[in-house]
Design a protein. Structure first.
Length: 123
């Protein structure tokens, strides 16, 4: 039996590419202007960068990674490094809280900020 390189790559990367395709479609629905501006390749590159950063916080499940990518598009790239989002960084890094709960808390905090700030600001 001969297994070609393309077959090995499909076994290894196929599930991720399926996930990435769904994430592109989902984010394009919520952020059509951003995704149009970035173009297909730029959107994928932004998603891949967000996925890598998400893994540094221990986000590994598809819902957690998708949530992080959503925040990446909502707030902006590298929001996790900006001082004005220290309150969000603290939630994302809390070692005493499981990853799924940290992402839930992050979304709740962002929603509360949007509701309480003039014109839906997040800071």
């Amino acid at each position: 039996m001969i297994i070609r390189r393309a077959q090995i790559d499909e076994l290894r990367f196929g599930p991720y590419l399926t996930f990435e395709n769904r994430l592109v479609e989902w984010l394009t629905t919520y952020f059509p202007d951003d995704c149009t501006l970035l173009g297909p390749d730029g959107t994928r590159n932004a998603i891949r960068e967000a996925v890598q950063i998400a893994s540094r916080y221990g986000f590994e499940s598809q819902p957690e990674v998708s949530g992080f990518a959503y925040l990446w598009f909502l707030i902006g790239p590298h929001f996790d490094l900006k001082p004005e989002y220290a309150w969000l960084q603290k939630l994302l890094r809390d070692p005493d809280v499981p990853a799924e709960a940290r992402m839930d808390h992050a979304f709740e905090a962002v929603a509360a900020r949007v509701e309480s700030q003039p014109e839906g600001a997040i800071r």
